[in-house]
Write a protein that binds this ligand. Structure first.
Ligand code: TYM
Length: 338
């Protein structure tokens, strides 16, 4: 196996507001990996992925800037990480085309996200939605990224990314693309809905009470936690006691991730507490951690030009990494002039 520079890539879709799930499952961990200093870190607003389902153009523009503000407010530092939106770096779409010709229809058909999003009416879904995972593989592999921090829901897409890299390397008899490692770690890799512990917290859930949005104000956050569905029992003192209690497990996991500790430690402190006592503490913790992010996002959003400059600069840096890798890919494939 060739040696690859330790490099992190990850992306978030600008398709509506950011949730606590995005923050704890992804963004917060992006900041940790940036600050560890072990990796080059590349973070992307994946606008080409967002348009695989309909996006109102003005809303997409706003959501992209808001997402960039969210990244920065959460601690992604454009002087330490490369921060940009996907459509500005054409190499993503160019490599995705090559991967469309490497990946097999059957692989795509097995993707649970495709099945969920296309639903029964798959004939009417966009071709882009079907090819979505090949573009995601291109996002990662156009930087030869070695590590990809994501939430649990992206695991299958990352396995497909490895399959594409392996098939490309085999088909062309090269050792060119790395087998990227998913990084799915910590207490909050799957933050669940506050209304239903069996469903993922999602920006597309029709009920706003099911999620905490990063732009929610303190009262709204506290109210949503107070009203979160729970069972009538007290918290257990061991994590085994959370089996078959998905809502309780979810609140404990959220607490642990916000407090940067483990569910075991949370239960060691709070085992035996009723939710009437635990929820206000969780609400205070959430407000303390999230309110500064939301305030900073609003401040940054007042200067859209500043955001666009950051994204433009990030795109230049990203292109400098991606262009030679795409050029070499074209050479391997046999494109004249590459
Ligand atoms: P997206 O935009 O749906 O979500 C962005 C990130 O947030 C994580 N996440 C969650 N984590 C824990 N609990 C939740 N409830 C929750 N909801 C969302 C997601 O796992 C993800 O890490 N396909 C990707 C975007 C993408 C990408 C990439 C990611 C495109 N290219 C390349 C990594 C590398 C997506 O739709 O994420």
């Amino acid at each position: 196996m060739a040696a690859f520079t330790p490099r992190v890539f990850s992306g978030i879709q600008p398709s509506g507001g950011l949730t606590l799930g995005n923050y704890l499952g992804a963004m917060k961990r992006f900041v940790t990996m940036q600050d560890e200093g072990k990796f080059e870190t590349v973070y992307c607003m994946v606008d080409l992925h967002a348009i695989t389902v309909w996006q109102d153009p003005a809303a997409l523009t706003r959501a992209t800037r808001e997402l960039c503000a969210g990244f920065i407010a959460a601690g992604v530092d454009p002087s330490k990480s490369i921060l940009f939106n996907q459509s500005q770096v054409a190499e993503h779409a160019q490599l995705a085309w090559i991967f469309n010709c490497v990946a097999r229809m059957g692989w795509m058909q097995r993707m649970t996200q495709w099945k969920d999003k296309a639903g029964k009416n798959s004939q009417n879904a966009s071709l882009g939605l079907f090819a979505y995972p090949a573009l995601m593989a291109a996002d990662i592999l156009v930087y030869h990224a070695t590590h990809v921090p994501v939430g649990e829901d992206q695991k299958q897409h990352l396995e497909l990314t490895r399959d594409i890299a392996i098939k490309f390397n085999n088909d062309f008899g090269v050792d060119f693309f790395p087998e990227t490692e998913p990084v799915i770690e910590g207490a909050a890799t799957r933050v669940m809905s506050l209304r239903d512990g069996s469903k993922k917290m999602s920006k597309s859930d029709p009920s706003d009470m099911s999620r905490i949005n990063l732009i929610d104000d303190a009262d709204t956050i506290a109210q949503k936690i107070r009203k979160a569905r729970t069972d009538p029992d007290a918290l257990p003192s061991e994590v085994d006691g959370l089996d078959d209690r998905p809502e309780a497990r979810n609140l404990v996991n959220i607490y642990a991730a916000l407090a940067e500790t483990t569910p075991e430690a949370v239960l060691a402190d709070h085992g035996g507490s009723q939710f009437s006592a635990f929820k206000p503490e969780l609400a205070d913790l959430a407000v303390n951690k999230l309110a500064p992010i939301s305030t900073e996002m609003s401040r940054l959003m007042e200067q859209p030009d500043g955001i666009d400059r950051i994204l433009g600069h990030g795109a230049e840096q990203a292109r400098a990494l991606a262009a030679p890798i795409l050029k070499k890919t074209y050479e391997i494939v046999g494109m004249v002039g590459a």
